[in-house]
Ligand binder design. Structure first.
Ligand code: ZN
Length: 265
């Protein structure tokens, strides 16, 4: 009798035992998707040098962010796509790119697979910019149209640039204060202030001025003189919380507008 009650309460639980698709089993997945959970967060990143943070920062950040957002937007979290289209930082030790055709084909199959598993909303929480964003945006439209599934692509650091200004009082950069702080908040062991020197940073050249391959710094400041990492744990934690909040609000608002317009129902 007790066992039956336990089974019954498990079957009708409002929350799954985990929101990670990696960790849930197929029986529980079927109980929740799509009847009670219609949204999946897909974290995408790459392996690329990041100043004194880990080479996998672009994977660490969107995965932790997606896990933090998942209960707020009632979503599952798909396994993070750890490899991507690394660009001008390809020359740094331990980093390399996936070719565009291979990346495109792989992501296309992942999006198709998520659609076939009956998710109505696929939110790509992207952790890496450059050419990768354009490929993801293009695939979102192509797969969305083909499978009548709603797909959103969001670059968290760009969407939250106002949060960067608010928390740090200045603009950030690739592996700058903002991104390094985000990683520091997730796991301070992934950041090495003892290796930091301001000479590791270069301001992003204004368009049309100069380019270099490999780029001479892996810390690339969006504005000259702003975004040097300062390793403040309290600000790092406030930043992570504020980014989670703003990203979750965007996803909830977008889904409610998709619903209100009865798109792809
Ligand atoms: Zn990054």
């Amino acid at each position: 009798m007790i066992l039956l009650l336990l089974l019954a309460s498990a079957a009708f639980a409002q929350q799954p035992s985990t929101r990670d698709m990696n960790d849930i089993n197929w029986m529980e997945f079927r109980e929740f998707v799509p009847s009670r959970i219609k949204t999946v967060l897909l974290p995408t990143g790459t392996v690329e040098a990041h100043g004194v943070a880990n080479n996998g920062a672009d994977n660490t950040a969107p995965l932790a962010l997606a896990r933090s957002m998942a209960p707020r937007v009632n979503a599952m979290v798909a396994p993070v796509l750890n490899y991507g289209v690394t660009g001008s930082l390809d020359g740094y030790a331990g980093t390399f790119p996936i070719s565009e055709p291979a990346y495109r084909a792989f992501v296309s199959d992942i999006l198709t697979g998520l659609a076939r598993n009956k998710f109505q909303n696929i939110i790509i929480v992207n952790g890496h910019g450059g050419g990768q964003t354009a490929i993801l945006t293009d695939l979102a439209e192509k797969i969305g149209r083909e499978h009548r599934v709603r797909i959103m692509v969001v670059n968290w650091w760009a969407y939250c640039s106002d949060v960067t200004l608010k928390i740090f009082g200045e603009d950030g950069g690739h592996a700058g204060w903002n991104e390094t702080a985000f990683i520091q908040s997730i796991d301070r062991n992934l950041v090495h202030p003892e290796r930091y020197d301001a000479s590791l940073a270069t301001a992003r050249p204004p368009a049309g001025t100069w380019t270099a391959f490999p780029f001479p710094s892996s810390i690339i400041l969006y504005q000259p003189g702003q975004g040097y990492p300062k390793f403040d744990q309290a600000k790092a934690d406030a930043y992570f919380a504020a980014v989670t909040q703003k990203m979750s609000a965007l996803v909830n608002e977008t889904i409610s507008k998709w619903n209100a317009a009865h798109l792809f129902e």
